[in-house]
Design a protein around this ligand. Structure first.
Ligand code: CP
Length: 313
């Protein structure tokens, strides 16, 4: 692949999952492939896992890593033709080309505004880097997707799945802030590619983008959706229509051990305890959240390996 901006960039999911598992068994098998190459990681938003796991993945491939918290640098302008007489000091046209001189690969984290759906869906930050940078771009969570997280989640499900086709449920949970739809969007897209029995449960009004959910069954009754589940992925997201609202704080949707039964519990982290899920759920051996975060390294390493193999000399 040239860029990794969404799951659509994965040509063959089974192959990349196998590669990620091989990398996990032998993380330093390709330690020369990134020698004298630099990964520049640009953060417009906070991160713990994405930053450290992607940095570790790059180091496992012999790469140098430079990290920039973009909000501590010059404020960027993204509009074409704008008169830059307000806050922004530097245009993406220069910034992306300048950074490309220091990088062989650029990774970008840029959350949505949750104010302007059209702009968020256009992925104006991520796609501006794709447009103006001269090196490959990796999505470290954008306005509408978090494909590295979804790949790590797919690895985790592959490792822990029972013999039969597993039943996977994505369940909404309450949160005090309006959060992006990026993680659930990518998880839905990933589950649609995998051999799983998948369904979504959320309160009425929390329907995700129908172009993403397509024919995936949606249940408004959480108990009904959770019956016989093997994996339950719990996540908050804000409304898609009206866009970016936090309309419900209903604690009845908090995941409890009684509701979960023997299912494995998944969450991308960070997680708010006793709001998204109870301590009992998170402290139980069926919680896979630490394993998911470990698999972030191998997901990132599989993607970086593919990109490095396809770098123009
Ligand atoms: N899951 C995830 O992307 O974590 P961070 O926001 O800490 O990177």
């Amino acid at each position: 692949m040239r860029h990794f901006t969404s799951l659509k960039d994965i040509e063959n999911l089974d192959v990349i999952l196998q590669q990620a598992i091989q990398i996990k068994n032998q993380p330093l098998q390709n330690v020369e492939i990134g020698k004298h190459k630099t990964l520049v990681m640009l953060f417009f938003n906070s991160s713990l896992r994405t930053r450290l796991s992607t940095e570790k993945a790059a180091h496992n491939l012999g790469m140098h890593v430079s990290i920039l918290n973009v909000n501590e640098a010059w404020q960027l302008e993204f509009e074409d033709g704008s008169v830059m007489d307000a806050g922004a000091s530097e245009h993406i046209k220069e910034a992306a080309r300048v950074i490309s001189q220091y990088a062989d690969v650029i990774a970008v984290r840029a959350f949505p505004s949750l104010k302007d759906r059209q702009k968020d869906e256009a992925e104006h930050v991520l796609n501006s880097f794709v447009k103006y940078a001269t090196v490959p771009i990796i999505n470290m969570e954008s306005a509408t997707g978090h494909p590295l997280q979804a790949l790590a989640d797919a690895i985790t499900i592959s490792e822990h799945k029972p013999i039969h086709q597993p039943k996977v449920v994505l369940s909404w949970a309450p949160h005090p802030k309006a959060l992006p739809q990026s993680v659930p969007n990518s998880f839905v897209e990933m589950m649609q590619k995998m051999e799983v029995d998948f369904r979504i449960t959320h309160p009425k009004g929390y329907e995700l983008n129908p172009k993403i959910t397509k024919h995936t069954p949606v249940y408004y009754n959480q108990d009904e959706a959770l019956q016989n589940a093997d994996f339950v992925y719990v996540k908050n997201w804000s409304t898609y229509e009206p866009y970016g609202q936090n309309l419900s704080q209903d604690r009845a949707w908090t995941m409890t051990k009684a509701k979960l039964g023997d299912a494995k519990f998944m969450h991308c982290l960070p997680v708010r305890r006793n709001l998204i899920a109870t301590d009992e759920v998170l402290d139980h051996q069926n919680a896979l959240v630490i394993q998911q975060s470990n698999n972030r390294t191998y997901a990132a390493q599989a993607i970086l390996t593919d990109i490095l193999k396809n770098l123009k000399p």
